[in-house]
Design a protein around this ligand. Structure first.
Ligand SMILES: *[C@@H]1O[C@H](CO)[C@@H](O)[C@H](O)[C@H]1NC(C)=O
Ligand SMILES: *[C@@H]1O[C@H](CO)[C@@H](O)[C@H](O)[C@H]1NC(C)=O
Ligand SMILES: *[C@@H]1O[C@H](CO)[C@@H](O)[C@H](O)[C@H]1NC(C)=O
Ligand SMILES: *[C@@H]1O[C@H](CO)[C@@H](O)[C@H](O)[C@H]1NC(C)=O
Ligand SMILES: *[C@@H]1O[C@H](CO)[C@@H](O)[C@H](O)[C@H]1NC(C)=O
Length: 371
């Protein structure tokens, strides 16, 4: 077997999924060095992106599973093993990039027991980050610096906010670089006004982006917060006045930053994109989804798959207190229809979804060529 020419082997390996490739590392030395080489890891990642080899990671409190979308029979579910997190510890699915997911556990009672993890769900590899100087906050962001040329140049930003009297606060922001394996203090740089809930994040180029929406002095406010990975600073960007003020989910669509906003006068959800990154005037409304939240039937958006599908969580109420199990419901923007997708979820507030690529990126220092 080992006598195949290397370029033929590479061609074959690029077609396989990660699981057999991990097993093949044990076949012989030359296969192992090929499968762990930066060249092959990069080629495999590029192929995954091209083939849209995205999975959906679904987390309902203590149970995390993988939903295979797009390249396998739809709604195939498999449970994932996160035993590296202590039993019973709740965590957050922060985000994912190049096949690596970032998780953070937040222990409100003993904040110093909170932890941040990086994990490759395809290979099972996982690491726990060293503790930051200030404890791990419930506001954690996961980003990537594409300008560095290394597919594993990940950064994690930990944002502690200390409330003082009235609406005063100070922040302590720290950033961890995976390749350097250390934390750096950035100080009191979190852009006001503050929020305890920053919403879901999305990685766009070298930015980590959030779209918090909350009450400030009795008024609903919403804006974008961007963290520039590499430059290590924040930017705050206003949203256009004509965008509905209601709750928002941030996403990526058609290569642009996108927001799903709830219009409380029509009860519809509107899909907006920022055509030119950073330019407030370039926001346009792409679609109004023909779904609404009613008294009996509720649809709540939870984000996009990578191909023009908005995932909603669908619940049917049977009387005042009883509701049917909630399900994921992908809404196809082109056909304006919901697709069959029989995946049960907990509940809107407790379900987190993140799309994750299949990749061989390694988290162990022996495989990483670090500088
Ligand atoms: C986790 O979710 C899977 C799929 O929905 C289910 O089969 C399994 O029983 C769940 N496990 C626990 C511990 O709840
Ligand atoms: C999860 O992974 C751990 C460590 O690799 C292993 O000991 C355990 O048996 C696994 N659990 C399941 C349910 O596969
Ligand atoms: C987490 O990483 C450890 C050390 O590399 C490994 O032994 C363990 O199997 C991994 N856990 C899972 C659930 O894969
Ligand atoms: C907020 O803090 C600043 C600096 O410590 C102080 O000067 C100011 O009076 C405080 N404002 C309120 C409303 O407490
Ligand atoms: C909500 O939808 C209505 C009807 O399409 C529209 O007139 C209005 O501008 C939208 N936005 C807000 C903020 O209500």
């Amino acid at each position: 077997m080992a006598s195949f020419p290397i370029d033929v082997l590479v061609e074959i390996f690029l077609w396989l999924s990660v699981k057999p490739l991990v097993r093949f590392r044990c076949v012989c030395k030359s296969w192992n060095s090929l499968l762990t080489s930066p060249f092959f890891i990069k080629a495999y990642l590029e192929r995954s992106i091209k083939l849209h080899k995205f999975d959906l990671l679904k987390y309902d409190f203590n149970n995390i599973s993988r939903v295979q979308i797009h390249y396998s029979p739809k709604n195939e579910l498999s449970n994932l093993n996160t035993s590296f997190i202590k039993d019973g510890e709740k965590f957050k699915l922060v985000g994912s990039c190049n096949g690596i997911a970032c998780l953070s556990s937040f222990n409100g009672e003993i904040p110093h027991h909170s932890k941040i993890f990086l994990w490759n769900p395809s290979t099972g590899e996982n690491i726990t980050l060293p503790q930051p100087s200030h404890h791990v906050s419930n506001l954690v962001g996961f980003g990537f610096n594409p300008l560095s040329g290394h597919p594993d140049d990940f950064s994690i930003v930990n944002m502690n906010i200390y409330f003082e009297q009235h609406s005063n606060y100070t922040s302590q922001v720290e950033v961890y670089s995976f390749r350097r394996n250390c934390w750096k203090q950035l100080g009191n740089i979190f852009p006001p006004p503050l929020t305890r809930h920053i919403g879901n994040q999305v990685i766009f180029k070298n930015f980590i982006c959030w779209c918090p929406c909350f009450y400030l002095d009795g008024e609903l406010v919403a804006f974008l917060i961007l963290f520039n990975v590499g430059q290590d600073d924040f930017q705050k960007i206003a949203l256009p006045d004509i965008m509905p003020l209601g709750e928002k989910v941030i996403s990526l669509l058609e290569g642009c930053l996108s927001v799903i906003a709830h219009n409380s006068s029509t009860e519809n959800f509107e899909v907006w994109i920022m055509k030119e990154f950073g330019i407030c005037k370039s926001w346009i409304k792409l679609y109004t989804t023909g779904v609404s939240t009613g008294r009996l039937l509720s649809y709540r958006p939870v984000g996009f798959a990578n191909s023009g599908e908005v995932f909603f969580i669908h619940t049917f109420y049977m009387g005042l207190r009883f509701k049917s199990p909630s399900h994921l419901a992908p809404y196809n923007i082109q056909s304006e229809k919901f697709e069959e997708f029989n995946v049960e979820v907990d509940w809107y507030d407790t379900t987190q979804l993140v799309t994750c690529l299949e990749s061989l990126i390694s988290l162990s220092s022996t495989n990483n060529v670090k500088h």
